[in-house]
Design a protein around this ligand. Structure first.
Ligand code: 5GP
Ligand code: MG
Length: 181
């Protein structure tokens, strides 16, 4: 008898949107552009957990090893809805004064998360603050906010996979899937 393990046992939810192969190619391109931007300069990556975990790992493997990496666990979502509030921003003291910071997130939706994180980093004295997101939803932002590097533009659907979850599940799917009919 064959015992199937891990993802083999699981029916993938929803419909396929972006394959693992397309993500690999795009992440490589983004890393190339980011590496050119920071050439010869020190910078700190602030990755927003948990959704950006796979994206961060694939991206930083192609960036200079001198880049500092911090992971912040912030959240605004409960189930499939944004709560409109951001929890989890850390106290920064003076350690970001004069630094260049690249914020990495999984998805730009209402703009609440990214705008609050960018403002927090700027307030702490960072001199150059950029943002890179894997996905950008084609929706009217509730808060005006843009990313400097975007992996893929998508519609307004709720997506999971490659780090993105639904209440903690489906992060380990290799590609991005849409749960919206
Ligand atoms: P925003 O604050 O821009 O509304 O949303 C940003 C955060 O909400 C993302 O970092 C992500 O954690 C979560 N989010 C927004 N849209 C989706 C989605 O379609 N799927 C999942 N899994 N999370 C989402
Ligand atoms: Mg997130």
């Amino acid at each position: 008898m064959t015992v199937r393990q891990g993802q083999d046992c699981m029916e993938p939810p929803g419909k396929a949107l972006i394959s693992a192969a397309r993500i690999r190619t795009r992440v490589k391109q983004l890393a190339g552009e980011i590496a050119v931007y920071y050439r010869g300069q020190s910078f700190t990556i602030v990755a927003l957990m948990n959704g950006s975990v796979f994206f961060l790992v694939d991206l930083v493997r192609r960036l200079p090893a001198t880049a500092r990496i911090e992971c912040w666990t912030v959240s605004s979502y409960a189930g499939r809805k944004s709560t409109g509030k951001l929890k989890g921003l850390p106290q920064l003291g003076v350690r970001f004064k004069g630094t260049r910071v690249l914020v990495v997130d999984d998805i730009l939706d209402t703009g609440l998360t990214l705008s609050k994180v960018l403002a927090h980093v700027r307030q702490a004295g960072a001199v150059d603050v950029k943002a890179c997101v894997l996905l950008r939803k084609g929706v009217a932002r509730e808060v005006s906010c843009e990313a400097d590097w975007v992996g893929f533009e998508i519609g307004s659907e709720f997506v999971v996979g490659y780090g993105l979850d639904l209440d903690g599940a489906y992060r380990a799917l290799p590609g991005i899937r849409s749960l919206t009919d």
